[in-house]
Design a protein around this ligand. Structure first.
Ligand code: IPE
Ligand code: MG
Length: 216
């Protein structure tokens, strides 16, 4: 969900207003995706490298996460959405960690729609986390065994990866899971991303013939 800061700067607003606008976009996108009966949605909200941003911005983002959980708690429960966290939350403030754990607990049995929030997430860290867990494994490690050692084994392979904001890189997001993802880059800044943009990305995906290394 890239482009919040530039969206705000273009409007001569402080960057946090861009993040606030980005959160509104996220709520709308969740609704559209849910209505389309897509069953898994992952979003990259905060990377393990984002700690390098100015303290005030990091603080704003963490406060916004708490607000987002408070504001959407009932929505997730009412719509039978299962909430998953991808990442290492031990560096987050205790109050935020508690809210995340609580939300995971309350929604763990839901299976209509799976929402994965990548927060303090880095794909290399995730791969190391899995490798570390498997250190004592005596038998040969298969893809299935490796997958089970990752943050959320339930997370399926990525079909469509959308990056807004004009950059054409993955920035350490779901590298293992995106091995065969169709990747859609758009210059639209995340707060401006709307239903039409989502539909464009989905029709880009629909046109793809996915061969997974085979001829047909
Ligand atoms: C993405 O927007 C949101 C987060 C990383 C939290 P940015 O904050 O990266 O926005 P730009 O790239 O500066 O426009
Ligand atoms: Mg950015």
């Amino acid at each position: 969900m890239d482009g919040n800061g530039r969206w705000a700067e273009n409007k001569e607003k402080p960057r946090y207003e861009g993040h606030q606008a980005g959160l509104k976009t996220l709520s709308k996108v969740i609704e559209f995706v849910y209505k389309y009966k897509i069953s898994h949605l992952s979003v990259y909200a905060f990377s393990s490298e984002n700690w390098l941003r100015p303290n005030s911005e990091v603080k704003n983002l963490l406060t916004l996460f708490e607000k987002a959980i408070d504001d959407n708690f009932n929505f997730l429960i009412e719509n039978k959405i299962c909430f998953h966290l991808l990442g290492n939350i031990s560096k987050f403030p205790k109050s935020l960690q508690k809210k995340i754990e609580n939300l995971k607990d309350y929604t763990r049995k839901n299976n209509k729609f799976h929402f994965y929030l990548a927060a303090n997430y880095g794909s290399r860290e995730e791969l190391l986390f899995a490798a570390e867990k498997l250190k004592i494994h005596r038998k040969p490690i298969t893809e299935t065994i490796f997958k089970k050692a990752m943050y959320v084994p339930k997370l399926p392979d990525v079909d469509l990866l959308i990056r807004t904001g004009g950059e054409t890189r993955l920035s350490n997001f779901l590298l293992w899971q995106s091995a065969y993802a169709e990747i859609y880059f758009t210059k639209i800044l995340w707060p401006d991303f709307n239903k039409k943009n989502l539909d464009n990305a989905l029709s880009f995906f629909d046109k793809k013939v996915r061969k997974f290394g085979k001829i047909n």
